[in-house]
Design a protein around this ligand. Structure first.
Ligand SMILES: [Zn+2]
Length: 454
């Protein structure tokens, strides 16, 4: 396949400053239930790609879904880029690579029948439906996607990369009188359908979460010392800080360029934040990004100092910084844009018991239900939470929203747990959602957080 793509590229090697062809072949299946009803069950194959050309700083992006039209589409991309280019192309130099990256496979979902997938999911869905009379409805889904991506460009890079994603998602709605609560759980693997087998306890944790929230009382609004669980800490750093680290955003925003000068103390001195595409088996892990640049571990914050940011080749070239391998596309027909991979806070040295021991009255916020950011401001709703009283976890509370300014909050971090974990997540940007990423964190203690109640 690479030869076919290279042949299509060849006539234009010196016609434009840069040209790439990316082709994705996918094989997917999905099964879903809503309440007791089987909502969808399907298996699909797809083949589609995108061509990007850059000339005098102007970009074009053209998609194709039939290899028969490849040559004409490449010609179209080249002529479009020439029409828009008015400046100078600035792409960070990278070494050409030729590589094949195979997916590591445990039990390959392509060898599992749709019937077996349906029966497995029906079993989990039944557990959720029957777990408690207060469960009103459920959503449950299993999806798997195996893809092969071929990539060639005029830099000389020739890649073939495979990846597998296997995901199970489970949700319930619980009701008691007029109170309605939700609970979720998801399981993800990059290599093994077997990761979805025998996970009854994890599936049922969605029910436990919803029921705990039904029994919780709304938190009284105020400023509290807050302890975030690893998942919420990870989502916080992804949403509130990670997106600000994406250099396309910084490049377009003079105020952020000033706030985000490399070398500047930006957080509590014990804080380390990485974006790391090399963590084994995580959703955001990839050998080469969608511009053929190898991924690596970047310290966005090292010992409280702003150290690196996330680049594609163009933002790295324009800002005069090293490329980071953060150009990612949702699929063959999407252009690569600056994205995160696995983004998280590294472990500190404080055990959880010690972290809450000194808190007279505080809140322990667990997982995330939803949230939004606006520049440096954020608001997150925790999925559940508990009061901390006298250094102990106390009664469950609901309606916890955490609001703040990310730069102030990073400096208000008081303690970092020794219990870092990675969890799968989905990221949305520029109409490309959900992109597979991981968020990571240890427990985190933050002083003086504005907590809204009902
Ligand atoms: Zn995101």
């Amino acid at each position: 396949m690479q030869d076919r793509l290279l042949a299509a590229l060849a006539p234009y090697r010196s016609a434009v400053d840069y040209l790439e062809i990316r082709l994705e072949r996918g094989e997917s299946s999905s099964v879903s239930f809503r309440g007791p009803r089987l909502e969808a069950i399907d298996r699909s194959f797809d083949l589609a790609g995108g061509i990007r050309a850059c000339h005098r700083g102007g970009w074009s992006f053209v998609t194709f879904s039939d290899l028969g039209e490849l040559e004409s589409r490449v010609a179209e991309a080249v002529s479009q880029a020439k029409l828009v280019g008015r400046e100078t192309t600035q792409l960070a130099a990278v070494e050409a690579v030729e590589a094949t990256v195979r997916a590591e496979l445990g039990r390959d979902p392509r060898g599992v029948s749709l019937g077996e997938k349906r029966d497995l999911l029906a079993h989990y869905n039944q557990l959720l439906l029957e777990a408690d009379p207060r469960i009103q409805t459920t959503t449950a889904g299993l999806t798997d996607r195996f893809r092969t991506v071929w990539f060639v460009n005029t830099t000389g890079t020739v890649l073939e990369q495979e990846r597998l994603d296997v995901t199970g998602r489970f949700g319930v709605v619980a009701r008691d009188g007029g109170t309605i609560r939700q609970g979720f759980e998801s399981v993800h693997s990059r290599s093994d359908f077997g990761a979805l087998v025998g996970i009854e306890a994890r599936v049922l944790s969605a029910v436990e979460r919803a029921l705990r929230q039904l029994e919780a009382t709304p938190i009284k609004a105020g400023r509290y010392t807050a302890v975030l669980d690893p998942y919420l800490a990870g989502v916080f750093i992804h949403e509130a800080f990670g997106h600000l680290s994406e250099a396309d955003f910084i490049y377009e925003n003079p105020r952020m360029q000033q706030l985000l000068q490399l070398g500047k103390p930006i957080a509590a001195p014990q804080l380390n934040v990485v974006d790391d595409g090399t963590v084994a088996g995580q959703p955001g892990t990839l050998a080469y990004d969608d511009e053929g640049v190898p991924t690596r571990r970047k310290y966005l914050i090292k010992d409280g100092i702003l150290t690196e940011r996330l680049h594609n080749r163009e933002t790295a070239g324009k800002l005069g910084e090293a490329p980071t391998g953060n150009a990612r596309a949702l699929g063959g027909t999407y252009p690569p844009i600056v994205r995160m991979t696995n983004t998280g806070i590294l472990a500190g040295d404080t055990p959880f018991e010690e972290m809450i021991a000194g808190i007279d009255e505080g809140v322990y916020a667990v997982r995330m239900l939803g949230g939004q950011t606006n520049g440096e401001m954020f608001t997150f709703a925790a999925a559940e939470g508990f009061m901390i009283r006298g250094g102990q976890i106390a009664e469950p509370v609901s309606d916890i929203t955490l609001t703040g300014n990310v730069f102030e909050t990073l400096k208000d971090i008081e303690a970092i747990g020794c219990d870092q974990v990675w969890l799968s997540g989905g990221c949305g940007k520029g109409g490309q959602s959900p992109l597979a990423v991981a968020v990571g964190g240890p427990h985190l203690r933050i002083g003086k957080v504005v907590v809204g109640g009902r």
